[in-house]
Design a protein around this ligand. Structure first.
Ligand code: NDP
Length: 365
């Protein structure tokens, strides 16, 4: 174990913050709080009685539409912090004085990472190093969750993943996530920090960004069903993924930080489905024949697509008592029904916080 002599250097701001807090209440700091998982995790922790602090690159009201959508925007202390800026992360940790930190912030789209590999490395990879340094210099008792990903295994020729499978990232996002994942293990083993990597398979929800294929499909199916749009263009329909339900996955992250010792866990449903299956299911749920509306476009293919991967969550089930309840069919139904409801509300003139720019241009929510 490497011991650093920095305890005497704990910043004054930290001690001042300590005086302000009631130590009976658990506090959590969530980076990337404005994202899909950040919103659901905030909601979960508030329900559990936590005081929740959230930081993101932008904490402007528009950027926090998911928190507003869940009705929790005013219940969270929002702090601006950039994963590229160590001082802002240090300040967020000192101001929140958390018992637990959930590092969800990332540039998070594997396909888009080919266009910005440097940014992905800096935010998604090095950002976690900056955060861990802030933890080391503030309070080494803070428990840390890192949002790792199945993408670190990349070209899995294996059909069922286990934690000790060889890693082989297939895009810049996955390379950055692998750096963060291994750094978490290093800080756990060498500095004694309580760091858990959640090796998460894809998880979706009505709060998923429109730049992800699942939400792109359900949003388009709703728009086409209501006559707002005519067609949907997609890349590789044969891509297969293990898709779970985001609110359940953030619950797994919380469970990891409640254990007696830190460890890494695979979180998955154990079932895979193709993009085409998702399309068929979503369009059927919207009352449409998908073949009339969906076109494939070579320009939307990833330079390298991960063939497929199937997750085994047996360790999470045994140790965390976690297992997926919402499976593929139910997940697609939830997403389509929510997108249909939103577009129906919008067409009736209702204004509310959600992420479709065409619907909310100029709306100050
Ligand atoms: P999102 O992309 O919805 O959320 C990530 C958040 O991080 C966004 O609010 C984003 O802001 C913010 N962010 C981006 N750059 C910075 C920065 N420089 N400083 C601070 N914040 C920044 O992702 P999810 O909620 O879906 O996922 C949460 C985490 O889990 C991510 O790290 C993701 O990589 C990981 N993960 C997710 C999986 C999934 O299927 N959802 C699967 C496996 C891992 P903005 O939107 O403005 O860019």
């Amino acid at each position: 174990m490497i011991v650093r002599g920095i305890d005497s250097l704990i910043p004054m701001a930290y001690h001042l913050a300590a005086a302000r807090f009631n130590d009976m209440t658990k506090r959590a700091l969530i980076t990337g709080v404005a994202g899909q998982d950040g919103a659901y995790l905030s909601s979960l922790l508030l329900d559990k009685g936590y005081e929740v602090f959230g930081c993101d690159l932008s904490i402007a009201p528009q950027a926090c539409w998911r928190l507003k959508y869940l009705g929790i925007y005013d219940k969270i202390t929002l702090l601006q912090a950039d994963m590229a800026d160590a001082a802002s992360l240090q300040s967020a940790v000192e101001q929140s004085r958390p018992h637990e930190i959930y590092n969800l912030a990332a540039q998070s789209a594997p396909g888009a990472s080919f266009q910005s590999p440097v940014e992905y490395g800096n935010i998604t990879g090095l950002g976690f190093a900056r955060l861990l340094e802030a933890v080391i210099s503030t309070d080494k008792q803070i428990r840390v969750y890192q949002a790792s990903t199945v993408e670190i295994f990349g070209y899995g020729k294996i059909r069922r993943l286990a934690k000790d499978m060889p890693v082989h990232p297939a895009n810049p996002y996955a390379v950055a996530k692998l750096y963060a994942h291994w750094l978490g293990e290093v800080y756990r083993e060498d500095f004694g920090l309580f760091v858990c990597n959640g090796i998460m398979f894809n998880h979706e929800s009505p709060l998923r960004g429109l730049n992800f294929v699942t939400r792109k499909i359900t949003n388009a199916a709703a728009r086409i069903a209501l006559g707002v749009e005519g067609e949907l263009r997609l890349g590789n329909l044969d891509s297969r993924r293990d898709w779970g339900y985001a609110p359940e996955y953030v619950d797994a992250a919380w469970r990891m930080l409640q254990q007696g010792k830190p460890d890494d866990y695979i979180i998955a449903t154990g079932q895979w489905h193709s993009v085409k299956e998702f399309v068929v299911k979503a369009f059927t749920a919207a009352g449409l024949d998908w073949a009339k509306y969906v076109k494939t476009e070579a320009g939307l293919l990833r330079p390298v697509d991960v063939p497929f991967a199937l997750g085994g969550y047996s360790k999470a089930k045994k140790v965390l008592g976690w297992q997926p309840r919402v499976k593929f069919d139910k997940l697609v139904e939830i997403m389509v029904s929510e997108d249909l409801a939103r577009w129906q509300r919008h067409l009736k003139g209702e204004i509310f916080p959600w992420d479709d720019d065409t619907a909310n241009v100029g709306v100050g929510f």
